[in-house]
Design a protein around this ligand. Sequence first.
Ligand SMILES: Nc1ncnc2c1ncn2[C@@H]1O[C@H](COP(=O)(O)OP(=O)(O)OP(=O)(O)O)[C@@H](O)[C@H]1O
Ligand SMILES: [Mg+2]
Length: 228
Amino acid sequence: MALEIKNLKHLVDDGTHGREILCDINLKLDQGESLALMGDSGSGKTTLLNLICGLEPIQCGDIHIGNINIKNAADKKISLIRKNDLGIIFQQFNLLTGLNIRDNIAFSAKLANKFDHEHNERLTKNLGLAHLLNKFPATLSGGEIQRVAIARALAAKPKLLLADEPTGNLDLKNSNTVVDLLAGLAKTYNTALLIVTHSQQVAQRMDKVYRLVCGQLTQVNALEIEAD
Ligand SMILES: Nc1ncnc2c1ncn2[C@@H]1O[C@H](COP(=O)(O)OP(=O)(O)OP(=O)(O)O)[C@@H](O)[C@H]1O
Ligand SMILES: [Mg+2]
């Protein structure tokens, strides 16, 4: 099992009182399996990803990544998991402004000692980034930055890849390329993929689809998906 969430609850403080945005979340994701997470804006999707990657403390419930329960793990252990096993494509892409695109893409993979030159070349070519490698993030368009963030997360061939609306800024052609790459990666490298999306087309390409509504997570039939 790549990811297992048990009885997860999460309250946020909205100024006057606590509001439970995740009520009793249970989820399992195997290696090589892909999952789309849908839900209205503000329903708690990014919060759930932040909890999975240890960026928000777990208030109640358990999250296992591989055989590690991150609720009980020390910060150092969580950092190691993030470095070695997790790929994250944030909704805000967090590129390193002082590094050119080549170094941004290689950054996490080199940090984890998993840099693979051929894999990297393939990624930059497939994502249409080869001509941008010497540029800096400030000079790129929103869609180009998004593709760099995707390449960076894929470069280290993570065991679990979390992607927060990775196709949000992309046109249909680039969106299809990205989904092909993500789904291909999941199968080729046995990566578990959790992708947040508002797109019906993207969701239908995943093995299973869940929707977050009023803090409850329910599986939906891929044929009955409605766009958010
Ligand atoms: N640290 C926080 N303190 C208070 N409220 C928060 C905090 N983090 C998130 N929220 C609130 O929790 C709710 C869920 O936010 P979240 O970012 O997880 O939504 P989302 O489903 O990712 O939305 P979107 O589709 O717009 O990205 C929102 O109402 C947000 O305002
Ligand atoms: Mg979000």
